[in-house]
Design a protein around this ligand. Sequence first.
Ligand SMILES: Cc1ncc(COP(=O)(O)O)c(C=O)c1O
Length: 372
Amino acid sequence: MLPTPCYILNEKDFRKNLEIIRSVEKQADVQIILAFKAFALWSVFPIVREYISYSTASSLWEARLAMEEMGNKAHTYAPVYSDKEFQEIASLSSHITFNSLSQFNRFYQQTKEYNISCGLRINPEFSEVSTDLYNPCSKGSRLGVVVEKIPNQLPNGIEGLHFHTLCESNSFDLEATLRVIEKKFGHLFNQIKWLNMGGGHLITHKDYNREHLIEVLKQFKHKYPHLHIILEPGSAFAWQTGCLASTVLDIVENQDVKTAMLDVSFACHMPDCLEMPYKPTIRGAYEPIKDKPTYRMGGNSCLSGDFIGDWSFDKELKVGDTIIFEDMLHYTTVKTTMFNGVTHPNIALLTQENELKLLRKFGYEDYKSRMS
Ligand SMILES: Cc1ncc(COP(=O)(O)O)c(C=O)c1O
């Protein structure tokens, strides 16, 4: 019996992704680091470290995690830094990217004490991402500096540029983005040492053309051999590496709609399904078919919209059945909330030896200690 609710990371699939990422890193001769914002299950960082040594942090706490659990200083980028936290962030970072020139000017002196390589996030005003919520280049975006705000001579102390414009994207999207970046910011390349190409490279997707990515990166490096190239994907690490297992607790019916009430919540445990929005895959279920038992999946929070539907099954569902939501590791595990005080899913690892290892169980104290 699965200890539901439970996120289960499949070690074999996780290692497969890590192998792919390491192989791209080697072949393209670039550096690939893990974005904690997408995946921060630190109990499995010892596995990650067999393949990849560095990570990118987007806050003080992620930078601490980099130091404590990856054993290395972080490449840090946050949309904004505060006076209160900057000193500690600096002590935990090897690279710090600033979102604006004003933030760079405010904190540059402090970075000198820690020998930090400073960078500036640029906004090329070009992105192939169609969902506005995930498009950092939408009109008036607060993320990154647009070209007309950057002087032809970068301020002394800026050693790198950073862009992040992709989301679950392919190598052709990167290629198109690079064309724009070169056109708009190419005149600055001889003033910098590194270029961080952000995340959103879904390198481990089955249809991702990795040969093409390697070719694009190699050509870019050939043109600018002095530039150290960094990629910081998050999703690609945990893509298709596990599930959220849940149990049917009740079945309710209202005007021909049957809802399977689960011990998980879309709002609390799979927030991207409502945010993005997207319909997740359920193992053994399919798109609604007439005459097949068909259900909505209902979350256990009180939010009216905490449901997604519909799915058909071969058999009628009953209380006690297991419902497995596929591909629920990247972002979901970091974005979960304890809204409504609903029981938080366990976190488990399905090892290469097929043993289910419980990594974390949450209790009332976890809920209580988040508030006072
Ligand atoms: C600056 C930055 N880097 C990296 C990432 C990771 O992106 P992904 O998980 O899509 O690869 C993100 C995601 O929002 C980001 O904002």
